[in-house]
Design a protein around this ligand. Structure first.
Ligand code: ADP
Length: 399
């Protein structure tokens, strides 16, 4: 069955087309800068190894997806004769609130409920829903499935998800830890159990998803019990442009003393903080090279980034007890050996010992990089959220 996976953001639309259940990726691509005259469209046909990169004006998501459909059907570049063959569409949905803990077929009733929780994820859910609306119109016969970033975190116990604010107010307004990147962390959990050849319900790990957004989870016996992201994806680790952990009084200070508006504070913490705020760029390749050239801001940014990771590793080791593996994934986690090394250095007394040579070679594919004396396995496992969404969508359709 041809299964299209859509990840729709505010100004971008990522897609991958799979043949399921064989899990064969047929094509993938990205439309970026939607709404601008110089939008970018990239398309890759994996079957014949052909690709296209194009700059064109793309006014909205509807037009973006129409361009994608044209390419998928294109006689030269395309992979199928007619996109009406696509019977299943899986959508990445960031926030399911407390309603949704499993992938679900997107009926009108379900979409209404997701819309209700959009206030909890104003930067993500409305754009995800836009993607659903567009595919509903363009693929009226296909089954649409939603897979939630928050779902894997539903097993977090109350002592970990509840904030210490008045209970009634928190409950009435849905203020709690939700956690994000769940599809990725769940995928990593399954891959780790396979890699270690241990049953899923006996596998405990710390998973680090380090991309532009960064989060960590503590997984005990296959179930998530804590995470670094909280009520929103702003919490926890230092990210590309997000601050991560912050004393809430800073928000009050910015408004009261610096007279910043709510929108300005929101923009500052989500778009202008993190690595960008610390050293001017969010591209870790660039930061690593700047540090090599002696740039002090880049050096400090890397130190802060890795120190925060190390603090969370310590916290999660404490809550987990026995840990089988610490696993790095996503753009930074899979490719930046120096980040893995710096985040884990000095933890030998906790049974964590990096083999530097193996670490240098661990990039980009499933690999271990611990030394023989290490009690905890150290792994790189590439994430594949799109495949996980395709699998979850296919499973639910089969049911
Ligand atoms: P997202 O999906 O959250 O947008 P990715 O998982 O693609 O992000 O990760 C993007 C990040 O990965 C960027 O900061 C980029 O610099 C970093 N990255 C990609 N390749 C490398 C590499 N070889 N070395 C260091 N960092 C890398």
């Amino acid at each position: 069955m041809k299964t299209l996976v859509i990840n729709s953001g505010s100004s971008s639309l990522k897609f991958q087309l799979f043949q399921m259940p064989e899990e064969v990726l047929l094509c993938k691509g990205l439309v970026d800068r939607i709404g601008q005259k110089d939008a970018q469209l990239s398309f890759k046909n994996l079957r014949d190894e052909k690709s296209l990169n194009q700059e064109l004006e793309i006014q909205n998501h509807d037009f973006a997806l129409k361009q994608v459909i044209k390419l998928i059907e294109d006689k030269q570049l395309g992979v199928i004769a007619n996109t009406s063959e696509i019977q299943l569409i899986g959508h990445r949905l960031v926030h399911g609130g407390t309603h949704f803990s499993e992938p679900i077929i997107l009926t009108d009733e379900v979409l209404e409920k997701i819309d209700e929780v959009s206030t909890l994820a104003p930067l993500h859910n409305p754009h995800n829903l836009k993607g659903v609306k567009v595919t509903q119109t363009l693929f009226p016969k296909a089954t649409q499935v939603g897979v939630f970033d928050t779902a894997f975190h539903q097993s977090i116990p109350e002592k970990a998800y509840r904030y210490a604010i008045p209970k009634k107010m928190a409950d009435e307004n849905g203020i709690r830890v939700y956690g994000f990147h769940g599809t990725s962390h769940e995928f990593i959990t399954h891959q780790t159990s396979d890699f270690l050849k241990k049953p899923l319900n006996q596998t405990s790990l710390i998973s680090l998803h380090l991309g532009n957004g960064c989060s960590m989870v503590a997984v005990k016996n296959g179930k998530c019990i804590d995470t670094s992201m909280g009520f929103s994806p702003l919490d926890g680790l230092v990210m590309g442009s997000r601050s991560g952990d912050l004393d809430p009084t800073i928000l009050l200070f910015l408004q009261r003393e610096l007279k910043m508006s709510l929108e300005e504070v929101d923009h500052l913490l989500n778009k202008k903080s993190g690595l960008i705020g610390l050293c001017g760029t969010n591209d870790l390749r660039e930061i690593i090279s700047l540090e090599k050239d002696g740039n002090q801001d880049a050096k400090l940014a890397l130190e802060i980034y890795c120190y925060r990771i190390k603090k969370y590793i310590g916290a999660f080791l404490a809550v987990l007890g026995e840990v089988d593996a610490i696993v790095f994934t996503a753009g930074v986690g899979e490719n930046a050996a120096i980040i893995r090394e710096k985040s884990l250095e000095g933890l030998e007394h906790l049974g964590i010992k990096v083999d530097s040579e193996k670490n240098q070679q661990a990039n980009g594919e499933e690999n271990s990089f611990h030394s023989e004396e290490s009690k905890i396995s150290l792994l790189v496992i590439p994430t594949n959220e799109e495949l996980a969404i395709a699998k979850a969508s296919y499973e639910i359709l089969k049911k």
